[in-house]
Design a protein around this ligand. Sequence first.
Ligand SMILES: NC(=O)c1ccc[n+]([C@@H]2O[C@H](COP(=O)([O-])OP(=O)(O)OC[C@H]3O[C@@H](n4cnc5c(N)ncnc54)[C@H](OP(=O)(O)O)[C@@H]3O)[C@@H](O)[C@H]2O)c1
Length: 241
Amino acid sequence: MKFALVMGASGDIGKAIAADLASDGWSLYLHGFKNQLSLDEQLESYQNQFPKQDFFKLTLDMTDEKGVATFLEALFQVDAVIFSSGFTSYQLLTEVSAIEMEKMWQVHLKTPLLLLQKLQPKLAKSTLGRIIFISSVYGEVGSAMEVLYSTLKGAQLAFVKAYSKEVASLGITVNAIAPGAIQTKMNSEFSETEVTELVQEIPVGRLGQPNDISFWVKQLLKEESSYMTGQALTISGGWLK
Ligand SMILES: NC(=O)c1ccc[n+]([C@@H]2O[C@H](COP(=O)([O-])OP(=O)(O)OC[C@H]3O[C@@H](n4cnc5c(N)ncnc54)[C@H](OP(=O)(O)O)[C@@H]3O)[C@@H](O)[C@H]2O)c1
């Protein structure tokens, strides 16, 4: 049995990742924070469809460092970790409060790194040992009005490069996926005109769907992907590349 921890499984991309992995034979720890309904629905659906696999629901506010130790206690075998948790806010850097900076840093980097410090021995013990960050194309090219978000997404890419070198000899691979514009809750505030204008900029002529991302996560988790590490796959329909 192989176990993956999907951080942000309650979100749209995380849910697509969980669904693809469940149908690929993975047992899952499904993490979420506020959207408990999404986790409950997924849990019921996967338990019915894949009765021989195990599924667990876990809650953690990633801005609350005190919760990390208890969260870790609920994990036993871990063969792969996917970080699909995140949020953005549209504002000029001059408008971002120190509290908001701290929260965004905690969700995108600090808490993932605290988790990995403790999960590393489990991943090293695994015959797979996979870590994937869902970063963003903005981490590669940057975006005005999302400077903090772009900075942290870029930091995730830098982390992947550095940490992959540190743990390669343990048999752990560390990669990132940098999505372009994916149709999820995160973009639900865009007006119809904004979406039309955005789509015109995307060479393949459409927004991405969550399964455009989950497909690649599934590939990176396969045994045959063991020679790929420290990389970022940009999945953006050619946008911003
Ligand atoms: N959508 C895009 O166009 C796009 C493009 C590039 C990169 N990405 C990245 O893809 C990842 C998934 O985004 P998505 O589009 O699927 O967005 P989403 O549907 O809004 O999902 C966001 C996920 O992050 C979790 N999260 C947010 N704040 C949290 C906190 N304080 N503690 C714990 N979990 C927290 C949410 O949990 P709850 O809902 O349960 O609170 C949810 O599971 C993010 O890292 C995002 O930056 C998205």
